[in-house]
Design a binder for this molecule. Structure first.
Ligand SMILES: Nc1ncnc2c1ncn2[C@@H]1O[C@H](COP(=O)(O)OP(=O)(O)O)[C@@H](O)[C@H]1O
Ligand SMILES: [Mg+2]
Length: 183
């Protein structure tokens, strides 16, 4: 359109899962919605999209350009993580999930990539639990607790322990400073 290339999506009508969980307070059902949808996504294979490692590498290089030792350490850690052809959403969190008639659907595939399924699970744990809540937000403590509980319940529903995602999580955290410098 007007010499620009884009993708036209069907518009999903409904409520985001984030709004839904804030309204209902039902963190357990939120975790079930997330896990069931994520398991479905992670059953697919794909190769003609970037590897998750390209995304992390780009952001690590950007974040740690002033610290070559730390940058090398992070890139070595990244190198040791598994590759894979699992379809990873790359940004799977309740703000990108919609609930309509009890059916969960996902939007915002901007960060789609291929890799080991544990990357996408670790990325969700990061987005749910580790992203900051601004200091001025009312009920900040309650929200932080809710984020932690949701991450715990989501991992239980995915049958994955924190231990198996911890190396992914560390690298994701180091790369985040490149992805969101102001966060
Ligand atoms: N209701 C919706 N149905 C389908 N696609 C949507 C809907 N809302 C947003 N999107 C698409 O998802 C992408 C990201 O939107 P959104 O997740 O709202 O923003 P952000 O990038 O800030 O996370 C955009 O391409 C947008 O067009
Ligand atoms: Mg989004």
């Amino acid at each position: 359109m007007e010499e620009r290339i884009g993708i036209i999506y069907d518009k999903i009508e409904g409520e985001s899962l984030l709004d839904w969980v804030m309204r209902t307070g039902d963190v357990q059902s939120c975790a079930v919605y997330m896990a069931n949808l994520h398991k479905e996504i992670l059953q697919n294979n794909i190769s003609n999209v970037p590897s998750y490692k390209e995304f992390l590498k780009y952001n690590i290089v950007k974040a740690l350009s002033g610290n070559p030792n730390k940058q090398k350490e992070a890139l070595d850690m990244l190198d040791k993580l598994k590759d894979g052809n699992t379809l990873c959403h790359g940004d799977f969190h309740p703000g990108n999930i919609f609930i309509s008639d009890g059916q969960a659907m996902v939007i915002d595939f901007m960060n789609v990539c291929h890799g080991d399924f544990l990357y996408d699970i670790a990325r969700t744990v990061f987005l749910v639990e580790y992203t900051p809540v601004p200091a001025e937000v009312k009920e900040r403590e309650m929200l932080l607790q809710l984020k932690k509980t949701l991450a715990d319940l989501y991992l239980i529903e995915m049958n994955v322990t924190r231990e198996v995602v911890q190396d992914y999580l560390l690298v994701i955290i180091m790369a985040r400073a490149g992805e969101c410098p102001n966060e």
